[in-house]
Design a binder for this molecule. Structure first.
Ligand code: SF4
Length: 315
């Protein structure tokens, strides 16, 4: 029977997600026209649905927005080709890309005339697509992918690597070591690109995993950082599981059958606190003596990104 829940801290919304959501809200406040957002603003259905209720229109491609309208780019960033298309269509552009993703784009732009790039990331993820649009890059997802690049990299040209911000810290370390082994001339950046929020949320799970029977990760199945949290938890506690909302919580199957008495809960960087509350309430309704506490060694996420003065660029 479930007796105890430990809530991980930090968990849930990161500074980049808060920035992107407040960016869209602010743009909406300053215009009477429709506001379109290209792609999910962050990878979470609840966040998107709440914005739709407030009148925000989500589109997959710019062609769905009328010429001259206001379009905001999502937190994951876009490639220069998308910016160009927006300019061609005379759209008013708002860029809600997380500043930590923008930093990776800038590195690519600054070095693209001199360097070859390896990009460590996940194929098809919005952030990877956006960053890889800045310059030609070889995508790797594993150490095997690095081996496979042996005949493709020019050893006479400087080589460096960039990475998606939401990767597994430990798996990426192994890939970076492999890059150094296969390409000894590679220039290692002074700092990697995995963001503070990804690192801290993974550290919080690693810290508490020995004290729980399993972790519950709240996050969407297209949320890279949520999937990395699950992967990390399952390495030590295989009964750990991920759900997107309270509706998906099947208590007999996920808790009872696995004999879970102490459950750790964390949430991906795009999952709002309301989802954590709803899931805890559902568990409390089922287990009347359930204790819910912050994990004792928790710490706060105090990072904050300020919105720019000019939210919209007019073409
Ligand atoms: S997870 Fe990191 S890179 Fe992604 S939005 Fe949050 S702070 Fe930015």
């Amino acid at each position: 029977m479930l007796k105890q829940i430990y809530l991980a801290n930090p968990r849930g919304f990161c500074a980049g997600v808060k920035y992107a959501i407040s960016y869209v809200d602010k743009v909406q406040e300053t215009t009477n026209e429709n506001v379109y957002v290209r792609k999910e603003i962050v990878h979470n259905r609840r966040v998107v649905e709440d914005m739709q209720k407030r009148g925000i229109i989500f589109i997959e491609e710019l062609s769905e927005a009328p010429e001259g309208s206001t379009v905001v780019f999502s937190a994951h960033g876009v490639s220069p080709a998308v910016v160009q298309e927006a300019q061609n269509r005379k759209l008013k552009i708002g860029d809600a890309t997380c500043p930590l993703v923008t930093r990776v784009h800038k590195k690519a732009r600054n070095m693209k005339d001199t360097h070859q790039f390896i990009y460590i990331g996940h194929e098809g993820h919005d952030e990877a697509i956006g960053t890889m649009g800045e310059a030609p890059m070889f995508l790797v997802e594993s150490e095997e992918d690095v081996e496979a690049l042996k005949d493709k990299i020019d050893s006479n040209k400087p080589l460096t690597y960039l990475m998606q911000t939401t990767l597994s810290v430990s798996d990426t370390k192994k890939i970076v070591e492999k890059i150094g082994e296969v390409f000894p001339f590679v220039e290692h950046p002074a700092k990697d690109d995995i963001c503070y929020a990804t690192t801290e949320r993974q550290e919080a799970v690693a810290q508490m995993i020995q004290d729980v029977d399993a972790m519950l990760v709240i996050g969407a199945n297209n949320s890279s950082n949520s999937l990395r949290l699950l992967q990390l938890a399952q390495k030590t506690k295989p009964h750990s599981f991920r759900i997107s909302s309270a509706d998906e919580l099947n208590i007999p199957e996920m808790i009872e059958q696995n004999g879970i008495e102490i459950l750790g809960i964390t949430a991906g960087a795009s999952s709002p606190q309301v989802l954590v509350d709803e899931i805890c309430n559902k568990l409390k309704n089922c287990y009347s003596n359930l204790k819910i506490e912050l994990y004792p060694e928790s710490r706060e996420d105090s990072m904050n990104f300020k919105l720019p003065k000019n939210l919209i660029q007019i073409n």
